[in-house]
Design a protein around this ligand. Structure first.
Ligand SMILES: Cc1cc2nc3c(=O)[nH]c(=O)nc-3n(C[C@H](O)[C@H](O)[C@H](O)COP(=O)(O)OP(=O)(O)OC[C@H]3O[C@@H](n4cnc5c(N)ncnc54)[C@H](O)[C@@H]3O)c2cc1C
Length: 428
């Protein structure tokens, strides 16, 4: 069975393998992002022979250090921490560059003091709610661990074609000198939101553009952030999150219209200060003090993507979709990467606990994975999408409901404990 992509990719592939002879392996992981790296590492640690393929798989991410802070920042859930611990990389991370989050404060768009929601680690009886750190911190440590893993081979290249056969999948890669072939029993698609493997398998997606962009950047603040992540729902549908970083520094994620995003990217330091002073009757400045830019801001489109199946092809499944290849969500809950790493944790556990008579690509295991991930992914996509809709609606009744609802939740310790338990996302 052959899957011919509508367009072939011509990204250079530099591989040591002899042309014409497929490189045999247990698992091929397509994609070299954080999710792909964590998955390839975990599979190799389980003893599988793994080949990881991506155009950027040989990239070297410098260890973050000094006063420069990357603007791409992630909220790391305790579930993600557990996965990184099981991969034996958590302790090797430079913890001085990770900020513990002990409180979250969320404010409604009416400016009424009773509309807020306060989630506290202390109140929930847990040491922390999350950690905030740079993307490069995770990239760097995973790269290092992959480099020293003898069961893992990295091939720089892009997928050109995929042939499904009864005993596995033949991957044809595009290279500088000659195409390279890899034959794998199981293929993991970790090739991001625009996954070409997903298209090759003709897996349909449900997609929605939020008609917004997220503007991200780091700011120095004159007030202490008190290990608190702040989120303000602003009138008109914007959402402004300020996540604490080590020292007196915060990472901003501002979801806004494309026009406003383009304007924000041009602001100088003085203009940023006036911008924050005007927001929410000065609440941002009142909370964090004067904010000065500490990185070059960047922006990303915001959309929701959900693959209708996460295994394929239908009749002879040999491919599993993970990470953004399977789902892309709004960053308002800061859960995109965490959700992708929950896919990895689930896959590793299902393979580790498989019955001794089952081969790695047994369709029963693939269906087990799909069933297990369906509930978690559906729930988080549904909640973030509904919250986004509720908080961007201009309908006065919905405005009342959302603000009143937050105040109500805030007064219930039971609901708050439940929310925190769900947000922690413990998976192991
Ligand atoms: C503004 C913003 C803020 C965010 N904040 C957070 C947050 O706080 N917390 C959080 O958890 N998540 C957050 N996210 C989401 C997070 O960035 C993504 O979920 C995450 O990067 C997805 O990782 P991935 O490895 O699945 O995909 P990617 O990082 O996109 O990696 C895809 C990989 O596949 C490779 N590839 C692509 N095509 C091919 C091909 N044909 N052949 C071979 N390789 C290929 C690429 O080169 C790349 O290596 C945020 C997102 C945005 C936009």
């Amino acid at each position: 069975m052959a899957f011919n992509p509508s367009k072939s990719m011509t990204t250079p592939a530099a591989s040591a393998h002899a042309a014409g002879k497929p490189r045999q392996c247990d698992v091929a992981v397509i994609g070299g992002g954080i999710v792909g790296k964590a998955c390839a590492l975990g599979l190799a640690q389980q003893g599988f022979d793994v080949v990881q393929i991506a155009p950027d798989v040989d990239q070297h991410t410098a260890k973050p250090s000094g006063d420069h802070w990357a603007e791409r920042i992630y909220a790391i859930s305790p579930g993600t921490r557990s996965l990184l611990q099981s991969l034996q990389v958590w302790d090797a991370i430079d913890h001085a560059r990770l900020q513990v989050v002990r409180d979250m404060r969320i404010y409604g768009d009416r400016g009424e003091p009773s509309d807020g929601l306060h989630l506290s680690a202390f109140e929930a009886g847990v040491p922390q709610l999350a950690w905030i750190g740079e993307s490069d911190l995770l990239e760097h440590i995973l790269e290092q661990a992959c480099r020293f893993q003898s069961k893992l081979e990295c091939v720089v290249g892009s997928l050109d074609n995929l042939f499904i056969e009864p005993d596995g999948a033949l991957l044809r890669l595009h290279g500088t000198q000659s195409p390279v072939e890899v034959k794998a029993n199981l293929v993991i698609a970790a090739d991001g939101a625009n996954s070409s493997l997903r298209s090759m398998l003709q897996i349909q997606t449900d997609e929605k553009s939020y008609e917004q962009r997220a503007v991200v950047g780091n700011f120095l603040c004159t007030n202490a952030h008190l290990e608190t992540a702040f989120q303000w729902f602003l009138p008109g549908g914007d959402i402004l999150a300020m996540l604490p970083l080590p020292g007196k520094q915060v990472s901003m994620v501002w979801s806004t219209s494309p026009e406003n995003a383009a304007r924000l990217l041009t602001l100088d330091a003085d203009q940023w200060q006036s911008e924050f002073a005007m927001l929410h009757d000065g609440a941002i400045v009142h909370t964090l003090g004067t904010l000065s830019p500490h990185s070059k801001p960047g922006s990303f489109p915001l959309r929701k993507i959900r693959a209708q199946r996460v295994i394929g092809p239908e009749l002879m499944p040999k491919v599993i979709l993970i990470g953004d290849a399977a789902h892309v969500i709004h960053p308002l809950a800061g859960q995109g990467l965490n959700l992708g790493l929950r896919d990895v944790a689930a896959l590793l556990r299902i393979l580790r606990e498989r019955e001794s008579f089952r081969a790695i690509a047994d369709p029963v295991l693939l269906r087990r994975y799909e069933r297990e991930r369906h509930g978690d992914t559906s729930a988080i996509l549904w909640v973030t999408d509904r919250l986004k809709q509720l908080f961007t609606s201009a309908n006065p009744l919905q405005q009342k409901i959302r603000n009143w609802g937050m105040g109500l939740v805030n007064r219930s310790h039971l609901i708050k404990r439940y929310l925190i338990k769900e947000a922690l996302g413990e998976v192991q």
